[in-house]
Design a protein around this ligand. Structure first.
Ligand SMILES: Nc1ncnc2c1ncn2[C@@H]1O[C@H](COP(=O)(O)OP(=O)(O)OP(=O)(O)O)[C@@H](O)[C@H]1O
Ligand SMILES: [Mg+2]
Length: 393
């Protein structure tokens, strides 16, 4: 069928034609929104955690677009190793502040803008040139002590107070939070902790997203983190949701699936959102008529597998050294798609002590191939990596 009309969108952070199976998160978020707008009250911070390609970024984008429509103050940041979190946050907030100045009476924003300006200047002196849409003097001594934890907490507080005044909310989204330093995670925890403590929690909500190692990293940063956040695991899609991810977009274009073709596609994708988009896309392109047949799926499914191999697995595999690959193979053999214990790995790889594996283990974690779901365990960060590895000679 015409590739130009293809609705599927495999890739990173690309909005899927149907955001399937995430109703519970979206319903919970609509409560957060109503609480802020109708009762001027905030909620606990959220942490969305899940493997690579399950749809954390598209969920963050969905939350963002819901509140942007409502005129909220928002910031969305992706943590990257080279950029300190305070700098990234400050520049993400600038745009929102500029929009807010056009939308709300300026005197009610003045204090926030001044505090924000001082915060920005402190974390990044180069930001002195930023324009917030109106002339404001930095408000000194509130969020510019240079201690990120204290400054962030104060900035959140002023953001929350201003939002309450304006009858809106503030939403702060941080993607790839597992990449933040432990110092930055401590600051985030402290700030989120502070805003939750006032009698009437201010209408500011923090949502962080990252790999499944994130909850443990946050807990290592401050012990109370376990109770601080509402943790939501973003997993593979169940059968009904996976079906909706494939058939929703085709129904909308008067395209149908022969039952066997649909079953086969579902079985190839195994509920993995990125794979569902890849299968949908390639099967669509391979289809000869507006009824998708098993032949189309055989052809398209193979192209989808190649796309996922090349786009996801191979680059990761090639980043590993020979010794690291040996370890990856052992993780695949022992755990399949599940976690394996380091103790089992030691035995399987003919080593004596856990320390003998620690260099390879740490490197593979640093390269983002493995993570520790809990102490003493290792698992792949990408669903299906084990099947790719077993196909390599
Ligand atoms: N609920 C969903 N239904 C259908 N497709 C989805 C869903 N969620 C995500 N996708 C698709 O899966 C792919 C990956 O999504 P996304 O980049 O948001 O994942 P991620 O969890 O952020 O991955 P990473 O950890 O690598 O950043 C995209 O092509 C997206 O369109
Ligand atoms: Mg992402």
């Amino acid at each position: 069928m015409d590739p130009a009309a293809n609705p599927f969108r495999p890739g990173a952070g690309r909005k899927p034609p149907v955001l399937a199976g995430r109703e519970s998160v979206l319903d919970a978020f609509s409560v957060v929104r109503r609480k802020a707008e109708d009762y001027a009250e905030g909620d606990r911070g959220w942490i969305l955690n899940g493997l690579r390609g399950v749809g954390k970024t598209v969920l963050l984008n969905e939350l963002l677009s819901q509140v942007t429509e409502k005129g909220w103050i928002t910031a969305k940041v992706e943590v990257t190793p080279g950029t300190p979190l305070p700098v990234a946050l400050a520049s993400a907030l600038v745009r929102s502040m500029r929009t807010a100045t056009g939308r709300h009476p300026e005197p009610r924003l003045r204090r926030l803008l001044g505090v924000f300006k001082a915060f920005s200047l402190k974390v990044n002196p180069a930001s002195g040139v930023i324009s917030l849409g109106v002339e404001v003097n930095p408000v000194k001594g509130v969020a510019d002590t240079g201690r990120f934890a204290d400054d962030l907490a104060m900035l959140f507080e002023v953001l929350g107070e201003t939002s309450r005044d304006l009858g809106i909310g503030t939403l702060i989204l941080v993607d790839e939070l597992q990449e933040a330093t432990s110092h930055e995670l401590t600051a985030v925890n402290t700030a989120v902790h502070q805003i939750g403590q006032s009698d009437a929690p201010l209408p500011i909500t923090f949502v962080g997203a990252g790999l499944p190692s994130l909850p443990a990293q946050l807990a290592d940063a401050t012990s109370y983190a376990e109770r601080l956040y509402d943790y939501r695991h973003i997993g593979l899609l169940d059968n009904a949701a996976a079906r909706a991810a494939l058939t929703g977009p085709t129904d909308g274009r008067d395209v149908s699936w022969e039952p066997q073709a649909l079953e086969q596609s579902l079985s190839i994708a195994a509920g993995y959102p990125y794979f569902l988009q890849a299968v949908g896309k390639h099967v669509w392109d391979a289809a000869l008529t507006t009824t998708i047949t098993i032949d189309d799926v055989n052809v398209g499914g193979e192209s989808a597998r190649q796309e996922v191999d090349e786009g996801l697995y191979r680059s990761r595999w090639e980043r590993a050294t020979a010794a690291q690959r040996q370890m990856l193979r052992a993780v695949a053999d022992l755990g399949g798609g599940d976690a394996t214990t380091v103790a089992e790995l030691v035995a399987a790889m003919g080593k004596k002590r856990v320390q003998d594996l620690s260099v390879a283990r740490n490197e593979l974690i640093k390269k983002g191939l493995l993570y520790a779901p809990e102490r003493g365990f290792l698992a792949f960060t990408v669903p299906g990596m084990h099947t790719f590895i077993t196909r390599q000679d």
